[in-house]
Design a protein around this ligand. Structure first.
Ligand code: IPD
Ligand code: CA
Ligand code: CA
Length: 267
């Protein structure tokens, strides 16, 4: 691996530079006309998603040459275990509507292990970072998950994948289970910001079916380094392409995981 991979700190600096470069594009595009295309019935992409991805790839190629990249809009390193994972603009539907919750998400995986992650919130100009074993931060302040340990007191987050019009009842079973047992349930529309809410202690649990590796990678490391836990929905170790993710503050993990495992087994 090239020299940049010698320290995860350097890799994180590269990720931050790339995320900030995308953030400049996102902010400067906020008042311009958007060209919105449909990747599916409710799956949108704009010229801003694509420009951000080009910019991030350019920074990564310049500052970490030779490291493969898997990015949402242009694909790439699906089968590598050492790679960057890039969501150039997470929360595109929110962005298109002007709903103020979206982010840039970049992570580095080395030999199948997440080692560095950065989520940039371009609206609030906040940078969330984590390095494996070195904690999680908002700008230079350490962050940590909540200590809520009863589901009845918990604020939960979820999201719905782009086949939701085809099988709403499938997703609603999961919603129903937690609507009736938690203190509240939110659907914010940007997985990166859901992970940030969990890692900063504003929410206590987050599950989602259908997320892609670039949606999960940086957020999972951020939550873990903030003291939380991230697995597949059935409590098995997280697989980035598993498409069934559970993240919690740790205290709620087995309670939520057991409920989710029961729901999965009764599908
Ligand atoms: C989407 C958002 C959303 C989640 C979807 C994702 P995108 O990402 O994170 O919250 O529910 O599953 O695909 O398409 O806006 O990058
Ligand atoms: Ca996304
Ligand atoms: Ca995206």
């Amino acid at each position: 691996m090239p020299g940049i991979m010698n320290t995860e700190t350097d890799a994180l600096d590269v990720a931050i530079r790339a995320a900030h470069a995308a953030g400049v594009l996102i902010r400067s595009a906020q008042d311009s006309p958007l060209q919105v295309r449909h990747k599916g019935a409710v799956d949108l992409v704009t010229q801003v998603d694509e420009a951000c991805e080009r910019e991030i790839r350019a920074v990564l190629a310049r500052d970490a040459p030779g490291v493969p990249v898997l990015a949402e809009e242009s694909g790439g390193a699906w089968n590598e275990s050492t790679r960057w994972l890039v969501d150039p603009l997470d929360g595109t539907t929110n962005f298109v509507h002007g709903y103020p919750s979206y982010g840039v998400s970049i992570a580095l995986e080395i030999d199948g292990e997440l080692v560095a992650g950065c989520i940039y919130d371009p609206i609030r100009d906040r940078t969330y970072t984590a390095r494996k074993g070195a904690g999680a931060f908002c700008d230079d302040q350490p962050i940590s998950v909540s200590r809520t340990d009863r589901l009845t007191d918990a604020l939960l987050l979820t999201g719905f994948p782009y086949d939701r019009r085809e099988r709403p009842d499938y997703y609603l079973r999961y919603v129903r289970a937690f609507l009736t047992t938690s203190q509240g349930l939110r659907r914010g529309g940007a997985a990166s910001m859901d992970f940030v809410a969990l890692a900063t202690g504003c929410a206590d649990g987050f599950w989602e079916i259908g997320l892609s590796p670039w949606d999960v990678a940086a957020g999972a490391l951020l939550v873990r380094e903030a003291g939380g836990r991230v697995t597949n929905l059935d409590l098995a170790p997280l697989t980035l392409d598993g498409r069934r993710m559970l993240a919690t503050n740790g205290c709620l993990h087995s309670e939520m995981g057991t409920m989710l495992r029961d729901l999965l087994s009764s599908e």
